[in-house]
Ligand binder design. Structure first.
Ligand code: SF4
Length: 284
């Protein structure tokens, strides 16, 4: 049974339905829905969501993720315009964009990220944009294409410790993900970089700290830490629940390592209250 500190508000209310309508009218996807995020009731109710671009079918087989896996079909060229329309209608001053991983595309979908950032900027001049990007399979020029579109925050999640990559992120590469964060830091002086980890896959405390250090060594500015929650029966089991006090300790460790911002708590996800970076969330 889940501990009390993981109890969440049920999705309901007029704000929730309004966000659902905006998304359905424009035929848009969110990671909130596709990944069965526990915070969806809270985030939708306050009028926020994290847009999922490049379709809703992922080419990878990550063990923690509920997003559909398979063979995506093509690219929807009108999606950036519809996203920008939704951002405008929702009156967002901070938009978070992520995607499925598209290893079938030569640039991994980087050009669509760039087009989406541009479309939002054209229609909502003052809206900040955070992108949570995949590793683009290391495709040359892909990261640069995203950076050239000037997102305010560039996020790439490491998700777990390197020892557990074969189970948790079987087609990803720990060193490649670290390099991506490092290259983003070098290639975009204006960009704030960010990464995230989930706890509860069976990692040790020391492995978690070492992974945080590795991320910090890339020059990464912000870190999110949250509890892994099994989104469906096909996903990896939960090895253990970390307590709010442990998340608080991790936050303090991260701050000591030099991150500008560590958001740490059982229900923290990389886009949870992303628009309020000065808040440090802990449910203790
Ligand atoms: S935490 Fe992020 S993914 Fe989850 S509901 Fe909120 S905005 Fe969506």
């Amino acid at each position: 049974m889940r501990p009390d500190w993981l109890k969440v508000r049920l999705p309901a209310g007029s704000g929730f339905l309004q966000v659902k309508n905006v998304l359905r009218e424009r035929n848009l996807h969110t990671v909130c829905e596709e990944a069965v995020c526990p915070n969806i009731g809270e985030c939708f109710e306050r009028g926020t969501a994290t847009f999922l671009i490049l379709g809703d079918v992922c080419t990878r087989e990550c063990g923690f993720c509920a997003v559909k896996k398979g063979h995506p079909s093509g690219v929807d060229g009108d999606e950036p315009r519809r996203i920008a329309g939704a951002v405008m209608e929702m009156k967002l001053n901070y938009a978070v964009i992520t995607s499925v991983t598209r290893d079938d595309l030569p640039d991994g979908g980087a050009s669509v990220y760039a087009l989406t950032i541009q479309a939002i900027r054209e229609r909502c001049r003052n809206c900040k944009v955070e992108v949570l990007i995949p590793d683009f399979a290391g495709s040359p020029g892909a990261l640069e294409a995203v950076i050239q579109a000037q997102p305010d925050v560039l996020n790439h999640n490491l998700e777990t410790v390197p020892r557990l990559y074969p189970r948790v992120r079987p087609f990803a590469d720990y060193a490649r993900s670290l390099s991506l964060l490092q290259d983003a830091r070098k290639g975009g002086a204006h960009v704030t970089t960010k990464s995230g980890l989930m706890a509860g896959f069976g990692e040790t405390w020391e492995e978690l700290l070492q992974t945080m250090r590795d991320i910090r060594d890339t020059g990464c500015d912000r870190l999110t830490l949250g509890q892994y929650l099994r989104p469906n029966k096909d996903s990896l089991p939960i090895h253990r629940y970390y307590t709010p006090a442990e998340f608080n300790r991790l936050r303090m460790e991260g701050e000591r390592m030099g991150f500008n911002q560590v958001t740490s708590g059982p229900l923290v996800r990389s886009s949870y209250y992303a628009e309020r970076p000065s808040d440090s969330v802990c449910d203790e």
